[in-house]
Design a protein around this ligand. Structure first.
Ligand code: C5P
Length: 476
């Protein structure tokens, strides 16, 4: 794989820093994000530290903010090296103020802040600094993989994990949901070593291992309104399109479908999704590139890299961080069974909230917004982002999605906001949310199309009103 020379130099610098630190024998702390990319990144870094015989701990967090940096500062005496993964590029100033004489490595693919740290304790690896798009060309797991592979070529065996992280961050933005650029180069490296197989297929959950009715009901990416999470509806859907869901008294597997039936299934699924209000891009994404991890058991979700990342994502969203990490480190057996149960529970929760949204029971509609009142039905903070992302693809009116959920912080609400496809480029949600949440005594921010905040419970109405006023002004 050919890398630009400046990027290579930075990877070198980080590796030298890691090797130098390993000579001290002192412990390091990995701080990483709770999503699939963050968990996969932490696991690859854990392998690197093991290979360097550096003692380490991993801390998985939902987000890096001032409160967490202050808390970590108290732990500074226990560690000589801090490695921030999938986060940190936006918080360099704060980190550098607190890190003083410690070494800090940041490996992140999110937006860079302009300010440079006031002391030289930080070494950063962010693709954006080298003109590489961190939204779709490489994620944090890919970056940590590049370091691991530079340390030892045998670490090419970690290429599947790098791909799992990138898919978790929805970096499959090429034609037919293919990986592109550095992500594709990493996948190709895996293919060359017989670790990964890429092919075009129907992107439905568990096609090789479960009855078709179950596969459809368990598919949440892409989300199929009315079918995802509803086995009975999937059974009826198949019957309606002329595919018999059962044969000889048992549910049929996908592999038993005739070619003609597969064609009927694909055509009708796309038609159904379009009629349910999904964009043609989302509907057509039901067919696309899949990435198989060849040394995993094909009957488990770990075989399909997207399912692997969905499993890690569920572990993260359900607060089972350690479980996600041990899976990435290669533990199977009861850990895998437990992760599958966690995933099942996560999907049940998603399905429950999406049903309430579908029936409009918890939806308040305004001219500029859909407000999903997850807070009144106990929606958990870590799930609100996923609900907001799914919902932004299923409402036909081009309005901002605002999901309210209970917060782990006493007296506060968690807010997740998403911009629908049709409003992209019209407003910068992250900066609007940053301003308004601060005005009402909370905190928040994010990206142009996806933002989040934490606001005082008694400021809910004021937050919504201010948001509506700002959007009404900007969307004119
Ligand atoms: O939690 P959720 O997925 O909705 O967050 C979307 C984005 O909003 C995050 O990636 C993060 O950049 C930002 N965010 C923030 N402050 C918060 C919550 C989220 O800046 N309190």
């Amino acid at each position: 794989m050919e890398l630009a020379s400046e990027l290579k130099e930075r990877i070198d610098l980080i590796l030298v820093s890691l090797i130098e630190h390993s000579r001290t024998g002192k412990p390091a702390l990995i701080v990483s994000h709770y999503d699939a990319d963050g968990i996969a990144s932490a696991a690859i870094m854990a392998k690197v530290f093991s290979q360097l015989s550096t003692p380490f701990h991993i801390r998985i967090v939902t987000q890096l903010d001032e409160a967490l940096i202050n808390e970590l500062a108290n732990a500074f005496k226990n560690y000589e090296l801090f490695v921030f993964l999938d986060m940190g590029s936006g918080e360099k100033e704060l980190i550098s103020k607190r890190c003083k004489d410690k070494k800090v490595i940041i490996i992140d693919h999110h937006e860079l802040t302009k300010e440079s740290p006031s002391n030289g304790c930080i070494v950063e690896l962010n693709p954006r600094e080298f003109g590489i798009n961190g939204d779709n060309e490489i994620s944090s797991s890919g970056l940590v993989y590049l370091i691991a592979r530079h340390l030892d070529v045998k670490n090419v065996k970690l290429a599947p994990l790098a791909i799992v992280g990138a898919l978790g961050d929805l970096q499959d933005r090429g034609e037919k949901s293919r990986l592109i650029s550095l992500n594709l180069a990493i996948a190709r490296e895996g293919m060359a070593h017989n670790l990964i197989k890429e092919e075009i297929s129907l992107r439905i959950f568990g096609l090789r291992s479960r009855p078709l009715v179950e596969c459809l009901a368990k598919t949440f990416d892409p989300y199929i309104p009315g079918l995802s999470g509803n086995k009975m509806a999937c059974y009826k859907f198949l019957k309606n399109i002329g595919i018999e869901p059962e044969a000889n008294g048992s549910l049929r597997m996908f592999s038993s479908l005739k070619k003609e039936e597969v064609r009927t299934l694909v055509t009708n699924l796309v038609k159904y999704m379009l009629e349910a209000g999904l964009s043609s891009k989302d509907a057509e994404s039901i067919v696309g590139y899949v990435y198989y991890i060849l040394n995993e058991d094909p009957s488990t979700p770990l075989y399909d890299a997207r399912e692997y990342s969905a499993l890690l994502n569920a572990c993260g969203r359900m607060g089972k961080y350690g479980l996600g990490i041990v899976l990435c480190l290669g533990v199977r057996g009861s850990a895998l069974n437990e992760a599958i149960e966690v995933w099942e529970e996560y999907r049940n929760r998603l399905a429950k909230y999406l049903r309430l949204i579908h029936s409009r029971d918890i939806v308040e509609e305004y001219r500029e917004l859909y407000v999903i009142r997850g807070d009144i039905v106990g929606m958990e903070e870590r799930i609100s982002g996923a609900i907001a992302s799914i919902t932004s693809g299923i409402f036909s009116e081009p309005k901002v999605i605002v999901v309210l959920a209970k917060s782990e912080r006493e007296g506060f609400l968690k807010v997740s906001l998403r911009l629908p496809e049709m409003l992209k480029g019209k407003v910068d949600l992250g900066s609007i949310v940053h301003a308004i949440s601060t005005e009402v005594g909370g905190s928040g921010g994010g990206h142009k199309v996806a933002a989040g905040a934490s606001i005082p419970i008694n400021k809910r109405e004021e937050f919504i009103e201010r948001l509506r006023d700002t959007l009404a002004g900007e969307l004119l």
